[in-house]
Ligand binder design. Structure first.
Ligand SMILES: *[C@@H]1O[C@H](CO)[C@@H](O)[C@H](O)[C@H]1NC(C)=O
Ligand SMILES: *[C@@H]1O[C@H](CO)[C@@H](O)[C@H](O)[C@H]1NC(C)=O
Ligand SMILES: *[C@@H]1O[C@H](CO)[C@@H](O)[C@H](O)[C@H]1NC(C)=O
Length: 519
C-alpha cells in the first residue's frame, strides 16, 4: 500500500515532470548528457530520495578543510585498487563476529572481489560465510584444553551466541589455534596467490596504500613476511591485530615443507601465549624472518596514534582496535577526502584530532607518559605506579617549572609551555599566581616567534595530571575519557595547543610520502 509520503512524492514528481518536459522543449539542450545532468540535479532526489548523496557528518564535525561537504555514496568502489593476486584472510571469533564484521562488510570489504572469513564457529552473516577453522583440531586437544569448553558451548548453542557464551572466558586462548589452521585452509581454498593479507575483525586496512606498496615497493623474495614487529622472550613476530602480509611463496613453503603444519602447531599452542607468535615460528622454520614496517602497519587508531615526529608524513596501511563506529568513520574519510595524495598519518590528525584540539579535558587520558614529575615525598613516591616512577625526572634535575608540576593540572601544563625556553629561576619563583607564571612563560615564548627551528624541534606536546603526578608526552594523542571513582584520583589531560599548531606549521608540507622500507 502506498503511504501518504510516497503519494506526496509521486504527486511532486508528476508535477515536476509536467513542468520540466515543456521546459526541455523550450530550452536548447545541446547534448543528451546535459539533459541527463539536468534531470539528475533537479529531480533524481525525488525518485531516489537522497540519490546516495548525504551531508558529510565529518564535515559537520569540524573537518571542513580535509573532507567534502557531501558524502556521495553512489559509486564507493570507483577508486578502489585492483586486488588481483592479493587475498584478505580475516580472523574473528563467535563472541565478536556480529559486533565487528557487519561494518567491515558495509565499508571497504564491499569493494574486495574475494576474501576469507575464519572463526571458531561456522556462521552466516548475510550473504557471507564464516568458516570454522578449528574443526580439524585433534579431539584429544579439544578435550584436554580448558579453552575448548567455550568452543563446545558455541557449537551446541541453540539460540544466539550472545545468549549462550556472552559471559564465558576462553576466546583469547582459543584464538591462538586459528593461525596455522588458517594458513592451511587459506592455501586449500585459494592457493597460489601472490600475497596473503592477514587481519582481524577490528583491523582497519587502508587498501589504496597497502596494495600500492605490495605491487610497487614490496619485495616478496627478500621480505616475504612483513608487519609491525613485537617480541616475546626475544622472539620477533608480526603483531596480529596490526595486520601482516605473507608472500604466497612462503605460504606454500609452510604447507609443503612442514608436514601437517596446523596439527604440529596445535600441539605447541597450549605452551605459547599467542598465535601470531606461532605463525612466526612456522615461518622461521622455512627461513622467513619477520620484517618491521612500522608505522605503516600500526597497532593504534586515530585517537591513539602518537602524532608528531615519526608519525606524520608516513603512509598508513593498518590500524587496530577499531570499533564499528571508528571503521565507518575512517572509511567515510577515505571516501570524502579532498586530497588525492596517498593517505598519510597527518591526514588522520587533521580530520579526527585537530577539530577537537582544546587546552585540556577533565576525566580524560591522552596517554602522556614519556617523562613524569612526581612529588618527591615518600607517600607520593609510594603511590606512583612503577611505569611512571621508571620515567620520572630526578628532583635535583628539575627546573623551577618542573619542580611545581605535580601540584595541579595548571602547574603541569606549564612544563610543555616552558620547554626549551630560557626561564630565569629566581624571576619565576618570585611569581605568585598561575596567571602570572603563565604570562611570564608566554612572554618568553613570544620572543621565539621567528625561530622556526625552535618550533620544529619541540619535544613536549601534551600532559596528563593525576594526584601528585604530572607526565608529559613527546607526541600528541587525543586519547579517551577515563573515569576514576574517587575525585582525588581523577585524570586531567591537556595539550599545548599553540606549541602543536606552531610545530605543524613549522614542519610544513610533506615533501614526499615517507615510506619505510622493511628492516
Ligand atoms: C545539509 O547541510 C546544509 C548546509 O549546512 C543544510 O542547509 C541542509 O539543511 C542539510 N541537509 C540535510 C538533509 O540535513
Ligand atoms: C555522485 O556520484 C555519481 C557517480 O560518480 C555522479 O554521477 C554524481 O554526479 C555525483 N553527485 C554529486 C552530487 O556529486
Ligand atoms: C590426536 O592426538 C592423539 C594424542 O597425541 C593421537 O594419539 C591421535 O592419533 C591423534 N588423532 C589424530 C586423528 O590425529
Amino acid at each position: 500500500m502506498m503511504t501518504f509520503r510516497s503519494w506526496k512524492a509521486a504527486v511532486m514528481v508528476g508535477l515536476t515532470l509536467l513542468l520540466i518536459i515543456p521546459l526541455y522543449q523550450l530550452r536548447d539542450y545541446s547534448t543528451a548528457g546535459e539533459y541527463k545532468q539536468y534531470i539528475y540535479d533537479h529531480i533524481s532526489h525525488y525518485l531516489n530520495r537522497e540519490g546516495g548523496v548525504y551531508n558529510n557528518t565529518l564535515y559537520q564535525q569540524g573537518a571542513e578543510t580535509t573532507v567534502h561537504q557531501q558524502f556521495n555514496f553512489s559509486s564507493p568502489c570507483e577508486n578502489f585498487p585492483n586486488t588481483d593476486g592479493i587475498l584478505l584472510v580475516m580472523k574473528t571469533g563467535a563472541t565478536e563476529a556480529f559486533d565487528k564484521l557487519p561494518t567491515q562488510l558495509l565499508t571497504a570489504m564491499q569493494c574486495l572481489p574475494d576474501f576469507l572469513l575464519f572463526s571458531d564457529l561456522e556462521q552466516q552473516i548475510g550473504k557471507y560465510h564464516i568458516y570454522n577453522v578449528l574443526d580439524r583440531v585433534n579431539d584429544t586437544i579439544k578435550s584436554q584444553q580448558a579453552e575448548f569448553k567455550l568452543y563446545e558451548a558455541q557449537q551446541t548453542c541453540p539460540v544466539s551466541q550472545k545468549d549462550c557464551t556472552g559471559s564465558m572466558k576462553g576466546a583469547w586462548d582459543l584464538d591462538k589455534y586459528k593461525f596455522l589452521n588458517m594458513v592451511e585452509r587459506a592455501w586449500d581454498m585459494r592457493p597460489n596467490m601472490e600475497w596473503y593479507v592477514f587481519a582481524e575483525a577490528d583491523t582497519y586496512v587502508v587498501w589504496s596504500n597497502l596494495v600500492y606498496w605490495l605491487r610497487e615497493r614490496a619485495k616478496p623474495e627478500e621480505h616475504p613476511y612483513v608487519g609491525s614487529v613485537a617480541l616475546i622472550k626475544g622472539f620477533p613476530f608480526a603483531h596480529g591485530g596490526s595486520g601482516y602480509v605473507v608472500s604466497g611463496a612462503f605460504m606454500k613453503k609452510m604447507i609443503e615443507l612442514i608436514p601437517n603444519v596446523a596439527a604440529k602447531y596445535d600441539e605447541k599452542a597450549p605452551h605459547e601465549c599467542c598465535g601470531d607468535l606461532l605463525i612466526s615460528m612456522a615461518l622461521d622454520e622455512v627461513g622467513a624472518k619477520v620484517k618491521q614496517a612500522h608505522p605503516m602497519f600500526n597497532g593504534e587508531k586515530p585517537n591513539t596514534l602518537p602524532y608528531g615526529p615519526g608519525h606524520w608524513c608516513e603512509p598508513i596501511f593498518t590500524m587496530h582496535h577499531m570499533n564499528s563506529e571508528e571503521v565507518s568513520a575512517v572509511w567515510q574519510y577515505e571516501q570524502t577526502r579532498t586530497k588525492s595524495e596517498r593517505m598519510q598519518i597527518k591526514d588522520l590528525y587533521h580530520t579526527f584530532f585537530a577539530p577537537h584540539l582544546v587546552p585540556y579535558r577533565k576525566e580524560w587520558s591522552n596517554g602522556a607518559d614519556d617523562t613524569c614529575y612526581i612529588a618527591p615525598d615518600e607517600a607520593a613516591q609510594e603511590d606512583a605506579g612503577n611505569h611512571e616512577k621508571g620515567r620520572q625526572k630526578k628532583e635535583d634535575e628539575k627546573n623551577a617549572v618542573e619542580k611545581m608540576a605535580h601540584q595541579s593540572p595548571s602547574a603541569c601544563s606549564l612544563v610543555c609551555e616552558s620547554a626549551g625556553l630560557d626561564i630565569n629561576e629566581q624571576e619565576f619563583n618570585a611569581l605568585e599566581t598561575h596567571t602570572e607564571r603563565l604570562s611570564y612563560i608566554r612572554g618568553k615564548y613570544s620572543e621565539k616567534d621567528g625561530d622556526i627551528n625552535f618550533k620544529k624541534d619541540r619535544k613536549c606536546f601534551q600532559w596528563k595530571f593525576q594526584r601528585n603526578m604530572c607526565c608529559t608526552g613527546k607526541s600528541f594523542k587525543l586519547g579517551a575519557p577515563k573515569f576514576e571513582g574517587e575525585t582525588k584520583n581523577r585524570h586531567t589531560s591537556g595539550w599545548f595547543v599553540k606549541g602543536i599548531n606552531d610545530w605543524v606549521e613549522a614542519r610544513g608540507e610533506c615533501e614526499q610520502v615517507a615510506w619505510r622500507d622493511p628492516s
